[in-house]
Each structure stands twice: as C-alpha cells, then as structure tokens.
Ligand binder design. Sequence first.
Ligand code: PBG
Length: 331
Amino acid sequence: MTGQFPATRLRRTRASAWSRALYREVQLTPADLIWPLFVTDGTRVEQPIASLPGVSRWSVDLVVDRAKEALALGIPCLALFPHTQPERRSDDGAEALNPDNLMCRAIAAIKAACGDRIGVLTDVALDPYTSHGQDGLVDSAGYVGNDTTVEVLIGQSLNQAAAGADVIAPSDMMDGRIGAIRDALEAAGHHNVQIMSYAAKYASAFYGPFRDAVGSKGLLKGDKKTYQMDPGNAEEALREVEMDLAEGADSVMVKPGLPYLDIVARVKERFEVPVFAYQVSGEYAMIEAAVAAGAGERDALVLETLLAFKRAGASGVLTYHAAHAARLLGA
Ligand code: PBG
C-alpha cells in the first residue's frame, strides 16, 4: 500500500548513497556471472576477435589462466566454446565425439588446475563441428533432422561429461534432447552432472559475432529458423521451458538477453526455477560500439544491463563482460 503525498515521498529514500544501497531490491555480485570463453589450438595463442572487441580465442594453456583469473574474481562458472580447425569439420560433426577434441582438452586442463573450485559449463550443439555450420545433421532435403541429431548430441554430452564437464548446456533446440541426454548421463553414472537447457533460444540477429568467434560464419547457409524460436512467441517459450523441466533440466536459459527480458520474467514467475539469461555476442558488441562512439560509458552500461537481468528474476547471466563486471563489483 502506497500512502499519499506529502506523507509519502518516494524520493526520501533516494536522497543519499547509503540509503539507496540499503533500499536496493536486487544485488549483482560476481557469483551471478558465467564467463563464456572461446578455445583454439596451439600454445600461448591469443587471437582477438574483430567483431567482439576485447574478446579473444585462447589456447588451452591460456584458457586455464582465464579460469584462474575467474576464480580470483569470484566468478563461479565458465562456458566453453571451441574454434574447431576447418579441416576437422565434417557434414556429420563427428569431431564432437572425439574424446581428444579441443573442448575435452580444455575441460580436462581447467579441472586439473582448478578442480571443484570452478564450474565448467559446456555447449552441446554441432555447429562448431559441422561443415555447414548448422547445429544438427542436415538431411537430403536440407532440413535439420531432429531425432538423428539428438542421437549425436547424446554422444557429445557423454564425451564432455567424461572429460569432466560440470554442466551440460544444450543450445541446439532439438525436441526431446534434454530427456535423452539426462537418461544417458544417468545410465553412465554421471548423476551429478547438471543440465542447463537453452530452453527458450530465439532465431536471433544478435549471434553474428559468436559465429565469427567459433568460425561458423562463412559456412552457414540460410538460417536456423526451423529449430530456434520465432522472436514473436512468448507462450511457446513457456511450453519449451515446461517440457525441458519435465525432461530433467536443472535450470533453464533464455537467449538472447535484454531483448527477451519479458521472457525471463515470465518464466521465473510461472515456474519458480533457476533461470539464466545469455547476454549474447551482438549485445556485447552493441555496448562496445556505443562506448567507441562516445554514446555511453562502459562501466555504467555493463553494470546496469547485468542488474536488469537480476531484477527480471534471473539467477545469473552469461556475459562476455563477466571479468570486467566482476572487477568493478569487487572494487
Ligand atoms: C550455437 C550457439 C550460438 C550461440 C551459443 N551457442 C549461436 C547460434 O545459435 O548460431 C550464440 C552466443 C552468442 O551470440 O554470444 N549452438
């Protein structure tokens, strides 16, 4: 119940910094952040990504350094994505099943260095491994097959879990993959390997720089609209989330982030489960472009956008600004 002016003046509690801190409804901390990292071959290799200024691909040894940096900053979890050598890509994405692939080597190296002190979340989808850049297997009609793809995703998940992944994060949007992967993990004894489902992932124009980063950009013909969601749909997102939860997802994700904050809020309100948001590459690039153009101040833009996810009900955010934000929050 809100009183009447002047007995009630809502500006009263805003008048000084101590009071604003005291009355702030949500807090952002480094523990809310998941840091996506791109892995590449070699040693002592850092490859800056032109469309993501400030973000690089790192060789496995340097990804381990990033993991130690995250630990020191209080970031609890990393999300790994591989930049697969073009010659290791194929129509069937078989490299995803190679126990010695880049992803598995990175997982194992981080776990060897940091153990259980940091979580490693791994992306499940075939786009870093296919010659056509689609997330699944393409049939003769050019359609990304559902059930055929799920079979491969099961193998990819088991491969990552065996290497030491803590959280399997399917980003492919095939139907039924959460249940299939959960069953396979249970059968293999990976009872405590979590699944964070990219449950409501939209066919978005904000993924461009990411495709650059994993090397899919020039390969992808067409789009991903037969599996990723239509941006006009919200009720369907709730159905996606409901099904993934029923199939055993430990948490769900909404992606992209800021343009879909309404979905984050609706999912949280409806299901009262851990919801994560992915502030994707195009969103990061927009902030950096605004800063470069003198249209905004980086630190303030980063902290305000990340706080918005918390306010909408997110348990945490995947963001390429994670280390920078954690540094600001720790200061
Ligand atoms: C692919 C995948 C994508 C992202 C995460 N996993 C791109 C896509 O669906 O084409 C995007 C992340 C980002 O843009 O930061 N399975």
